[in-house]
Design a protein around this ligand. Structure first.
Ligand SMILES: [Fe+2]
Length: 345
């Protein structure tokens, strides 16, 4: 592993420890994998810890190159998605090969997920929402699958399910799909048909596993039975559909749409926690919220005061009020109510 030993310093707050930290008398002070918070820092200081191991920073060039590769993969997939959906709506045919190529191009980079998250946030487009959204859901579903330690093949199928989950929207009239105001009840009833329409499109595709087809059909089911189209409850909803549901809602809330603005990931964590287990499978939601927060450490943001800051640390126990570094001072949003996040920069 590419680690480097650093002298204990306040600048390390927000970074992850790559090795266990022991006191001189052999007591385990902090375990590997812990993020250095103010408290963790103070604990290490009280044990007179001098050095810790953190991840070696990549050079700017290497970072730039990696990001460029992921960005071109992401943009290419958005373009292919456009072609796939147009093809379905015009001819009713799905190009299996294109779908499989997209799946492979995403899973190939499963070790670089941080860059995919950067792409999702950098390249959001209200006009291209349907295409970006399918790729984003595939990426978030892959993340959840790997955090849940699912087998490799399931993770591959989750990416496939994410790509396909909204193919039924190709059969929804454009005036409803692209309407720039909220849908009426009648229009929403038509929109809700997309998951069943999607299932009808994929059900005869030989290369698509049954679990993926069911996930396409059931990605809008909710645990309390208030979802659609089958109004299934808890365990009647297959795992892949439960995972897509979390990925889908997270991307929808953090995306700008023609009729609504996006909300920040932190407000979204709060919203999804409120929706809670009546909507989502507890193990899936907990795994997602616990892990996704770490991807936002280092993200730039704008506060309500106009100041630009950087996410320093997000506690899994209070994931919507992070610690923020602003020009030499550290603001704890859970304690200092004068501040709030206006937008992610
Ligand atoms: Fe959907």
């Amino acid at each position: 592993m590419d680690t480097v030993m650093m002298g204990l310093d306040k600048n390390l707050i927000g970074q992850k420890l790559e090795k266990d930290v022991y006191s001189e008398t052999g007591i385990l002070v902090v375990a590997a994998g812990t993020y250095i918070s103010e408290k963790v820092y103070q604990k290490m200081e009280s044990y007179f810890i001098n050095n810790v191991h953190i991840k070696k920073k990549e050079t700017k060039d290497k970072k730039y190159q990696d990001y460029a590769v992921i960005k071109s993969t992401y943009l290419k997939n958005v373009d292919v998605m456009k072609t796939v959906l147009k093809e379905i709506s015009l001819n009713g045919t799905v190009d299996d090969e294109m779908i499989m190529d997209m799946t492979n191009s995403i899973t190939l980079h499963s070790q670089k997920m941080g860059y995919f998250i950067d792409c999702i946030h950098d390249l959001k487009s209200a006009d291209e929402y349907t295409y970006n959204h399918s790729i984003n859901v595939a990426i978030y579903a892959m993340l959840i699958g790997s955090w849940m330690k699912l087998p490799e093949i399931d993770i591959q199928y989750l990416v496939l399910a994410g790509i396909l989950h909204d193919v039924g929207k190709s059969k929804i009239p454009n005036e409803i799909l692209n309407k720039n105001t909220r849908l009426t009840d009648e229009e929403f009833a038509i929109m809700k048909k997309h998951s069943h329409l999607g299932y009808c499109i994929v059900k005869d595709m030989e290369n698509i596993p049954e679990d993926v087809k069911k996930a396409v059909l059931m990605h809008h089911e909710k645990l309390d039975g208030s979802g659609y189209p089958l109004r299934c409850k808890s365990k009647q909803i297959p795992k892949f559909a439960q995972i897509l549901a979390v990925a889908d809602v997270y991307d929808a809330l953090t995306s700008k749409r023609v009729y609504k603005d996006k909300i920040t990931p932190f407000e979204t964590f709060k919203e999804m926690s409120k929706m809670g287990y009546s909507h989502f499978a507890p193990d899936v939601l907990m795994t997602f919220l616990k892990n996704i927060v770490y991807y936002y450490v280092g993200f730039k943001l704008k506060l309500n005061t106009g100041e630009i800051g950087e996410i320093l640390y997000v506690s899994p126990l209070n994931n919507y009020q992070p610690l923020i570094k602003v020009e030499g001072k550290v603001i704890d949003l859970s304690l200092d109510k004068r501040y709030s996040i206006l937008e992610m920069a």
